[in-house]
Design a protein around this ligand. Structure first.
Ligand code: ADP
Length: 168
């Protein structure tokens, strides 16, 4: 039985009026394609200006900015692993993305947070494995932390939706 604080939705993460959305960013934190591009477009140029002050982000780590023109108050930027066969620490790095993003939410007293399917686009992480890491890592974190009220996984394809659906 999965945690009642976990939810699954299809759609565009940039539309959510919640405390924080997570960005699947790259190490430069200067914008990019996919969900990163969508978040920067919706947030406006002030987001890039704040990101430029952060000096990048390592894979598995996370950094927070304001949300600017987004309906979400904050953006937590994390950098997923690029899939290269699974022997380069990709599972641990992906789990760290979820854990470190959630820890930033707790530190900033943020209660509602949404994740995209980190690394499941250009970074080519196998979907079923990535979904399991997302759900397991988040569930484990919530068992130890009561301040976060809702974590929504927002996905954009049928395949990814089905992978999460089986786990939730
Ligand atoms: P990564 O480089 O970490 O693989 P991508 O942005 O390429 O990140 O893809 C991550 C996932 O986010 C993909 O499944 C992609 O389809 C999805 N995605 C793209 N745009 C959005 C959006 N606006 N809202 C939610 N998910 C999105």
């Amino acid at each position: 039985m999965s945690d009642s604080r976990l939810a699954l939705a299809r759609g565009d993460i940039t539309k959510l009026a919640i405390d924080a959305i997570v960005n699947a960013a790259n190490t430069a934190l200067l914008g990019g394609g996919g969900v990163d591009g969508a978040i920067h477009r919706a947030a406006g140029p002030q987001l890039l200006a704040e990101c430029k002050t952060l000096a990048g982000c390592r894979s598995g780590e996370a950094k927070i900015t304001r949300g600017y023109s987004l309906p979400a108050r904050f953006v937590i930027h994390t950098v997923g692993p690029v899939w290269s066969g699974g022997e380069s620490g990709e599972p641990e790095t992906l789990a760290n993305c979820y854990r470190n993003s959630l820890q930033i939410a707790v530190t900033n007293d943020l209660r509602t947070i949404a994740f995209p399917a980190i690394s499941c686009g250009v970074y080519r992480y196998p979907i079923v494995d990535a979904a399991r890491i997302a759900v397991d890592t988040t569930s484990e974190f919530l068992r130890e932390n009561n301040s976060v009220e809702q974590v929504t996984f927002v996905v954009s394809t049928d395949e990814i939706y089905a992978a999460y659906r089986r786990l939730l």
